[in-house]
Design a protein around this ligand. Structure first.
Ligand code: ADP
Ligand code: MG
Length: 576
């Protein structure tokens, strides 16, 4: 919280000073008005001095208008500071998170990252406005109010001496009960978010297994739980107001009671009593506001901790202090005894993998599910850092290269197709903003996407729904391939990118691809033998180890593992 506060001060010093200045003026005005009123009553009205009434009254009006103006402008600027601060934090979070490696995404969780960027930031933002408005005015009102009240009539101030401890005790008792409940509420909100997130992302599984009722019940339980706690805590907080009003009204009675005795004795004037009453209200209300702040503070502090926890994560993968982007070659990829384990995994996902890939050649990777194919190709753009060995691209260790330079060389088609909402053309241009219509058409042609794009109502301007739900799996795959082709990179990586295509389209696409990628280094990950058969080199993976490497013909002769894969698939085809 303090840290976030400090970063706000750093970014918005002038505006904050302005707000503080305005709040100071406003508080001065608020403190001055009762004294002026007392003067009008005692020296004007009682003595029948009309000029004095008009003069002081006019001055009073001026002070009141000035105070109101200051308050309005202060509200305007404090809101601007707070909203600007919220924007700053969100931007910080987003850019920070964008630098995360895949491992860090796995640890925090996407749902939680979203809550932290939106809800938590809002919590902090709201409290910061209140702090900004109150940190000066509340002490001024309380201390100034007491001094000025005593100046009006010292003996009457004993009423305040009696009332303030009662008020503070009441606030403390209520807060001690409410604050833990607020913290529990935050946890329950997290729980609710988690269930909601699972329910939304897992909706297909939930429907397929007919668990809709079960999930609804799970949600209803969490929802009810949160509601109950919220009602409980709000009951407590709601009790605060009547209690405060009771204390306030009793102090009014006491002040008027003892004040009238003192007026009877001739020791105090009527105006002084009126002013004293107003000061008492100022003091007690300020105390009330401070207590409200203390109720909100723990919640915001918890949110601040959650925000800082994200900001504190140091992305595992960062550019080296001095990067070496001076490569002279194009499209050379080399793995030297690479071993890699996912964090927390017992077995390495890849063990002692070595191979070379050169421009103009196709390297295919085949193996069963979980054999490490995706892991292997994810290491080329440095999505993860390896444990041992080295990955060289164009002769340079990729850890010595800048990530930007490295990734500019690569056209990546991930196993899980991700398209962005927007026009088809926006998606095709994603990796190459200046791509011309012709380049896009060419890429779509190669990716065998032209046909279905043309059947869409607006062609390349047709909109893709969020998550690409208005396209079939195969259509999405072909667009994803076209997107990589538009980039014309040195290295192409197709991770299982032909799996959703039928055999015929698969073959046509690869034939066209060959034509387009004559100078490039191509990696094709596949499970089908037919997809990899004519590759220049095939790497056979089994449980993270290379169990065969060579052409189809060589592997048929030498590799037992490859032979088995081929045999099983041929059998399947014959059966089919
Ligand atoms: P393939 O692409 O050949 O099906 P993967 O490379 O996806 O295989 O996975 C290889 C192994 O690594 C599997 O055992 C899988 O469970 C594990 N694995 C894959 N991704 C992760 C991850 N993000 N975190 C931890 N383990 C993973
Ligand atoms: Mg895979």
């Amino acid at each position: 919280m303090i840290r976030l506060l400090r970063s706000m001060v750093r970014a918005y010093t002038p505006q904050m000073l302005l707000v503080l200045g305005l709040v100071f003026l406003q508080s001065l005005a608020a403190l001055y008005l009762p004294t002026l009123l007392a003067n009008i009553v005692d020296n004007g009205i009682i003595k029948g001095d009309t000029t004095y009434i008009l003069q002081t009254g006019g001055f009073m009006l001026l002070v009141a208008v000035g105070g109101t103006l200051a308050s309005i402008i202060a509200t305007f600027f404090s809101s601007r500071v707070a909203v600007g601060f919220g924007r700053m934090i969100r931007r910080k979070l987003f850019t920070h998170v964008e630098n995360f490696s895949l491992h860090e995404f796995d640890t925090v969780g996407t749902a939680s990252l979203i809550t932290r960027t939106t809800n938590d930031t809002n919590q902090v933002q709201q409290v910061l406005v209140i702090i900004l408005r109150m940190m000066l005015s509340a002490p001024m009102m309380i201390i100034g109010g007491i001094i000025l009240a005593v100046r009006q009539d010292a003996p009457l101030a004993w009423v305040l001496v009696a009332v303030i401890p009662i008020l503070i005790t009441a606030i403390l008792v209520i807060m001690r009960r409410a604050i833990p409940l607020f913290q529990i509420m935050q946890k329950k909100l997290d729980k609710l978010n988690l269930i909601l997130d699972e329910g939304l992302t897992g909706v297909r599984v939930i429907r397929a297994f007919d668990r809709v009722t079960h999930e609804s019940q799970r949600f209803a339980t969490a929802n009810q739980d949160l509601t109950d706690t919220a009602i409980h805590v709000n009951r407590i907080v709601a009790a605060m107001m009547p209690i405060m009003m009771l204390v306030l009204n009793f102090s009014t009675i006491a002040i008027i009671w003892f004040g009238s005795i003192r007026i009877d004795q001739g020791a105090m004037q009527l105006g002084a009593l009126i002013a004293f009453l107003q000061y008492a209200m100022l003091i007690l209300f300020s105390l009330l506001m401070v207590s409200m702040l203390f109720i909100m503070l723990p919640r915001a502090a918890a949110s601040a901790t959650r925000i800082n926890a994200v900001l504190d994560i140091q992305p595992e993968i960062a550019d080296a202090a001095t990067v070496n982007d001076h490569d002279t070659e194009r499209g050379y990829v080399e793995f030297n005894h690479v071993t890699f384990s996912y964090p927390g995994a017992e077995e390495p996902a890849l063990a002692d993998v070595s191979f070379k890939a050169i421009p103009g050649k196709v390297t295919a990777i085949i193996g069963g599910t979980g054999s490490g194919k995706s892991t292997l190709v994810n290491l080329i753009p440095r999505f993860y850092d390896i444990d041992a060995g080295s990955v060289l691209v164009d002769g340079i260790d990729i850890r010595a290269m800048s990530q930007e330079h490295l990734r500019a060389k690569i056209g990546f088609v991930p196993q899980k197709t991700i398209l962005f909402s927007g026009a088809i053309s926006d998606n095709l241009r994603y990796g190459h903003a200046m791509a011309t219509m012709d380049e896009m058409r060419q890429a779509a042609e190669t990716a065998q996407a032209t046909e279905f794009i043309e059947t869409m109502p607006d062609g390349v301007d047709a909109l893709i729904a969020q998550g690409g739900t208005n396209l079939s799996g195969g259509q999405k795959q072909r667009l994803s391939i076209a997107r990589a082709l538009v980039r014309k990179p040195e290295i192409y990586i197709f991770d299982d990118s032909f799996s959703a295509l039928d055999y015929k389209t698969d073959a046509k696409l690869r034939a066209a691809l060959k034509h387009d990628t004559t100078d490039a280094t191509v990696f094709i990950v596949a499970q089908r033998v037919s997809t990899v058969m004519d590759a220049d080199q095939i790497i056979v993976l089994d449980e993270g180890r290379v169990v065969g490497i060579g052409t189809h013909r060589e592997l048929m002769a030498t590799s037992q593992a490859y032979h088995e894969i081929v045999a099983s698939q041929l059998a399947e085809e014959e059966l089919a």
